[in-house]
Design a protein around this ligand. Sequence first.
Ligand SMILES: [Zn+2]
Length: 367
Amino acid sequence: MGGNAGHSIANMAVKFKDYYESLGVSRTASETEIKKAFRRLAREYHPDVAKNKKQAEEKFKEINEAYEVLSDPAKRKKYDELGPNWRAGAEFRPPPGWQGFGGPGGSGRRGARGEEFEFQFGGTGFSDFFEQLFGSARRGGGQPRGGGSPFGQRGGFGAEETAGERGQDIEGDIMVTLEEAMSGSVRSVSVRHGSPCPTCGGTRQRGRSTCTTCSGTGEITRTETHQVKIPAGVSEGQRLRIPGRGGAGAGGATAGDLFLRVRLARHPDFEVEDHNLSYQADLAPWEAVLGTSISVPTLAGQVNIKIPPGTHNGQKLRVRGRGLPQRAGAAGDLIVITRIEVPDKLTEEERKLWEQLARTSRFRPRD
Ligand SMILES: [Zn+2]
């Protein structure tokens, strides 16, 4: 880490997000309640099923972001430390000393006088609030090529900088739905940069007078929008590199790169494990005993699978090739995990049938 203590976290204001409100649960909600609320909302707002797609997509991303924080005990604890008095939309800055989750967090960079040149993302699916507190948004050092890890060192855009230095790499998160990971997509991602004023070079002065380009702030703000290709088969944590879309180089040197770290959106039906998807199939006791055929969802429509007679609870049935694609052209599998559900209420007739079975059966599970 560079000698940037006390300045390591950018302190630009963002709008506070009330993640409990997003999921419609209380601050004391249990993990199970949070999961249930997420699944219900994710079903309702899943972009594939909702009627108003655009609006649903925004909401889907919001609940995903909320769930990413509240379903992770460490992140939830950290979030709770902010206190219960924050209102959604209130202007918020991370508290001093906040340690992010993505390494040296925050966004922005040091300028000639140690001030931060900020950047914010749009279209990634994550809010600025998330990026500030839990994201991997950060800037790499402006060190020359071949200087090891692009994020290992915080280079200054400052007095020590030499002419012709390559621009910084910057990094953020991008929320990718499983459908996008399945089929690939193109997303419009905008990056709002603060950068040193090209006229005065950040000195704020033009000769003896105030620089008019930047009105004496030494900084200008630009928004650049990039079409980012998300290839089919991307996986959690993979970094997409968009060359030359990072910070501008100094003295005519090349720009840095933009990196977007893939965070797969949670899906109401599937859990992701590498390239496999798992799905929990609930069965009636007689279906498990007698066997049956059931319809299960995949990312490309329903498929029928055979439940063999004598299927146990928690048994794993593999549907080959119905998981997420792998880059080599192969695909992962869909793992159907059985769960035997027991009826809560019985009619008089059903009770009689179960009682009859109980008297007749030779099954002795504890022998
Ligand atoms: Zn200027």
